[in-house]
Write a protein that binds this ligand. Structure first.
Ligand code: GUN
Length: 302
């Protein structure tokens, strides 16, 4: 039996349409649109490509989009002053400082300077705390975990009472998704186990998972025999394992591989995300939804 594919591209398109409809309604009723600033420091090629994609999505949605590119030589104080400028700008609902920042700038200091009510990445300690409390406290769930949760729920996978096993304990994916899935309420109510590099028997835990979320950054870490038949497998890994010439463009592109061996795993799992085209496309979409929600919170209509 072959698993049902959970395609991030399809779910992304659904959510983008929902956001578009909301933006038009708010514009008609309140005369405002969500405002997002993306601050890019330096010229890291991967960061430029992420930021370009974020800007394009925001513009397509009818957001006010401010692209603020700064040289790698900017000082920490200057960057903090820039963040403060956008904190005080009423037309801006979301501030995104693209990571990584150049050496010599303390990224923690910069992220902590963002107004928690404009922190659409959900990285500020206030938003991490809100996420931990759960329920109505949550304003900006971090984008990748929020995307994962939407994929599970929209695929029709039951989360209530499910055994969720999260492989990886990063601040950006592992810890927040584990916290989100164990909350009381819709889209959650799961029994959650987090496993990591020091876990004694990875296979034992993975085999128990009704929902297996893998965010380890190790290509092919999860073996097909560790997957419970019929389980939902979410592969967050995007590992560059080589290069090839694209048939479409004739240009060199990276060969990407997930943390799960997709070809074998799809014969055992009930649901599975592909790499690429799985979790990846969801992250920017959730950033847009957080920015829209930031405006809704401000207007008192969330
Ligand atoms: N760099 C890579 N991914 C991200 C992200 O989700 N947010 C920010 N701010 N920087 C990143």
């Amino acid at each position: 039996m072959s698993a049902t594919l959970i395609k991030g591209t399809v779910i992304r398109d659904q959510i983008i349409e929902e956001i578009k409809a909301d933006v038009e309604k708010i514009k008609a009723e309140h005369g405002v649109v969500p405002g997002l600033v993306t601050i890019l420091v330096g010229e890291d090629p991967a960061s430029i490509s992420y930021v370009t994609a974020k800007i394009k999505t925001a513009k397509d949605l009818g957001f006010k989009e401010v692209q603020d590119s700064q040289p790698a030589t900017i000082s920490e104080d200057e960057l903090l002053a820039l963040v403060d400028k956008y904190n005080r700008d009423d037309s801006i609902n979301g501030i995104l400082v693209q990571l990584p920042l150049p050496k010599g700038i303390d990224d923690k200091k910069v992220l902590n300077a963002i107004d928690p009510d404009k922190d659409v990445d959900g990285f500020h300690p206030v938003n991490v705390g809100r996420l931990m409390i759960g329920g109505d406290e949550v304003k900006f769930p971090p984008c990748t975990p929020a995307g994962i949760q939407e994929m599970i729920v929209r695929a029709g996978v039951e989360t209530s009472g499910a055994e969720v096993v999260v492989v990886g304990r990063s601040n950006i994916v592992g810890k927040p998704i584990a916290n989100m899935m164990l909350q009381k309420g819709a889209k959650a109510n799961a029994t959650v186990t987090v496993v990591h590099t020091r876990t004694k028997d990875l296979a034992f835990h993975c085999k128990r998972a009704d929902i297996l979320i893998v965010a380890a950054g190790v290509p092919g870490l999860v073996k097909p025999e560790w997957i419970k038949p019929g389980a939902c497998v979410i592969d967050v890994g995007v590992n560059r394992v080589g290069e090839k010439i694209s048939e479409k463009t004739g240009k060199k592109v990276a060969i990407l591989k997930g943390d799960v061996d997709f070809e074998e795993a799809k014969e055992i799992a009930g649901f599975i995300t592909p790499v690429p085209g799985g979790v990846g496309p969801m992250t920017i979409t959730m950033l847009m939804r957080n920015t829209l929600n930031s405006l809704k919170f401000k207007l008192g209509i969330a």
